[in-house]
Design a binder for this molecule. Structure first.
Ligand SMILES: Nc1nc2c(ncn2[C@@H]2O[C@H](COP(=O)(O)OP(=O)(O)OP(=O)(O)O)[C@@H](O)[C@H]2O)c(=O)[nH]1
Length: 680
């Protein structure tokens, strides 16, 4: 069976679990029978299905808000909700399958936001998220829902769907007990749905399958049901069909969550305070704001707390829930995922995954989170006229908000003082750059992305090199035994007619086929082992291009493999430009070296002397372009018959040029590097 084969394939994630059967429990509710499925009539406009606000906004029958709860009323109501009525859940899905839209609907149903308000995609708070329409950071929001005479407190986490943000996703999972597994009815199960399913499954979350976008004309609900059933072994009777856009059937999700997802009963309200930092961000007035998952006890304004990692003590300034914005409360209690303002101004002292505990008590730290493992590195240098110190401060603040970025100082003889940044993937890198430019209005020169290579020495040492300029020159001159590069297992799903083209693409990218499986009659899931360096070279863009946008991609680390890689250096008049060095496979040197020297020539201004632009790999010059000298007409004002003077002037000009060449360094303005790097 496909599920069993996938089970083996992803066994790394599943080491602690043995059976699929407990994924969904005690669910007998059936929202659409097979018989009624063929005659579905979906309302096309929002509001035609039943919306009922319960808490902040209460609505009359025409959906007009009639009452807005004050913070005091909200706090009072919350304080009466017992731990057994808490539900912490996440929505997991492939990118664009509708997580944020569904979150909006849930917030409307529970009265956290006004359904009439135009401000949708409440959880996509960053500008870049709204503009690109994708979630970058995990967001959390609390809701109160009244069901069978009792209030329930929900903490919903909207996590990013893209492969690069896996760390954010797994962090969010750690604070939840269940998940809505959301699948787009027209696209069906995609590579990322599979990856997210296994991640959620391996973390023991209870899963509720949901098919979204059933309002689309292209929706193929029976096919999607079949995929969910065969890939995840979840019964089709348990699947809820919704349109997050129109709101259809969304109201059935909340009771389903209450009945299927367990409360965080491992939390201990009567013990001293202990919590884990799930996320953190910086506010220029309030300093660091932390999102915490309270495991034990309670915390309030004035509480003295300590960081397990740094042993620093803080006095809490404010606590509260995200509702959907920061809403202060008198105290937070065990089981809640909420915010805390500890009055910290230095973001460097805050670590996601760290345990906070009540001062004066001795506690065990909570299990930390996986450390970020950067897959892509770039050099970043402030563009001309940018203050290094100020830029660094801003980077640190941004870094606090995205702990999956690593940051180190770096110096380039071409570009001066800067940083080496590590990202989880190329989309992560490009989004971070965009965030810097958008949110801080700064411009940076970013060097070409590279992956970390390993140098294996004959004496057994192993050194990881993430800056191409530090990569050793040649195998012969050193005591090096061999080099190796990182690989990923790439999971690609697409319609079967593209199998040939995708195989060609993977082979051209040095991929080796591992597995090919049919998810349904027309969908294929193919697994290839591919060098990470090829993956970050817009592999996904190319894959989408050849499959007319139908392919989806996910990947996981697959360790290092020996490789014939070389450093490719660019020399300008014999001098290596450190910022332009790259490491690449032997098979790519010839094509790339020619292209690089040609392109750099376009961006260098003509000098008074000849300039040689060369590419060097493994100690040999492999490509060259020459910029001819600008020749000043020294004879212009001379009389034609003055032969000896003419000769003298030409000799002097030649000598002058020689001198310039020997002492002359080519002055390359940073803009030339910027244009060259952008063009690449
Ligand atoms: N027709 C239709 N469109 C929907 C539905 N749900 C979401 N969409 C649209 O699908 C697109 C993606 O929705 P989002 O909610 O941003 O998806 P997401 O999963 O949060 O995306 P990421 O954050 O990038 O992973 C948007 O254009 C939505 O308007 C639905 O039920 N029906």
């Amino acid at each position: 069976m496909i599920a069993e084969r996938l089970f083996q394939l992803r066994s790394r994630l599943l080491s602690n679990v043995t059976s699929f059967n407990h994924v969904l429990t005690s669910s007998s509710a059936k929202f659409c029978t097979s018989a009624s499925r063929s005659n579905w009539q979906y309302p096309k406009t929002p509001g035609t299905d039943e919306y009922k606000g319960y808490i902040k906004y209460q609505f009359d029958t025409k959906n007009n808000p009639t009452k807005v709860l004050t913070n005091i009323e909200l706090a009072e109501r919350m304080s009466k909700i017992p731990l057994k009525n808490y539900r912490n859940f996440i929505i997991v899905a492939h990118v664009d399958h509708g997580k944020s839209t569904l979150s909006d609907r849930l917030l409307e149903i529970t009265g956290v936001v006004d359904p009439e308000a135009p401000n949708k995609q409440v959880l996509d708070k960053l500008d870049v998220e709204r503009e690109r329409g994708i979630t970058v950071k995990a967001q959390t929001v609390s809701m109160i829902y009244h069901y069978k005479g009792e209030d329930y407190l929900f903490h919903l986490v909207d996590s990013p769907g893209h492969v690069d943000f896996r760390l954010e996703v797994s962090r969010s999972y750690a604070s939840c007990q269940g998940a809505l597994l959301l699948v787009d009815a027209s696209e069906g199960v995609k590579a990322q749905t599979v990856a997210n399913f296994y991640l959620a499954y391996s973390m023991d979350l209870k899963l509720i399958p949901v098919i979204n976008k059933v309002d689309l004309d292209t929706a193929d609900v029976p096919r999607t049901e079949e995929q969910i059933e065969s890939m995840f072994e979840l019964s089709r009777n348990d699947i809820i069909h919704v349109s997050a856009k129109s709101g259809l059937n969304v109201k059935y999700l909340l009771p389903k969550i209450i009945e299927n997802i367990p409360p965080p009963l491992h939390c201990r309200p009567d013990e001293p305070f202990r919590a884990q930092i799930v996320d953190s961000w910086y506010d220029s007035y309030l300093g660091v704001i932390m999102l915490i998952n309270v495991a034990d006890g309670s915390v309030k304004k004035g509480s003295k707390i300590v960081s397990f990692k740094t042993r620093q003590k803080y006095e809490v300034k404010e606590v509260g829930i995200m509702y959907p914005d920061r809403t202060p409360l008198p105290h937070l209690v065990a089981g809640q995922v909420a915010y805390i303002i500890p009055g910290i101004k230095d973001p460097n002292t805050v670590f996601v995954g760290d345990t906070l505990y009540e001062a004066g008590t001795s506690v065990e730290p909570l299990e930390g989170f996986e450390e970020p493992k950067p897959m892509v590195f770039v050099g970043a240098f402030p563009a001309q006229g940018t203050d290094f110190k100020k830029m660094e401060e801003r980077l640190e603040h941004l870094f606090l908000n995205d702990r999956s970025v690593t940051l180190q100082h770096a110096t380039s003889s071409a570009l001066g003082q800067g940083w080496r940044l590590g990202f989880l993937g190329s989309l992560h890198a490009s989004i971070f750059k965009e965030r810097l430019e958008k949110e801080y209005g700064e411009s940076l020169i970013i060097t070409s992305p590279t992956v970390p290579y390993k140098v294996h020495y004959k004496d057994g040492r192993e050194v990881t090199v993430s800056n191409p300029d530090d990569f050793p020159d040649s195998l012969k001159k050193t005591t090096i035994s061999y080099f190796s590069e990182p690989y990923v297992d790439a999971f690609m799903s697409f319609p079967k007619e593209y199998v040939g083209k995708v195989m060609q693409l993977c082979t051209a990218n040095r991929g080796e086929q591992e597995e090919i499986q049919y998810m349904s009659n027309d969908q294929v899931l193919m697994t290839y082992s591919i060098p990470t360096s090829q993956l970050i070279d817009d592999f996904f863009g190319k894959l989408k291009g050849i499959t007319k946008g139908y392919a989806s991609l996910d990947y996981e680390d697959a360790g290092y493999k020996p490789s014939d890689v070389y450093k490719l250096e660019i020399l300008v008049n014999g001098e290596s430009i450190d910022a332009l060095s790259t490491v690449m496979h032997k098979s790519q040197i010839e094509k790339n070296s020619k292209e690089f020297v040609k392109r750099l020539k376009e961006f260098l201004r003509i000098q008074q002397f000849e300039v040689a632009i060369q590419a060097q790999a493994n100690g040999k010059i492999v490509a060259r372009e020459t910029i001819r000298a600008r020749r000043k007409d020294v004879l212009a004002k001379l009389h034609a018959s003055d032969e000896s003077r003419r000769k003298k002037l030409l000799v002097r000009q030649k000598e002058g040029k020689k001198l310039l060449r020997s002492i002359g360094k080519v002055k390359i303005p940073p803009q030339a590097y910027q244009s060259f790097l952008k063009a690449r």
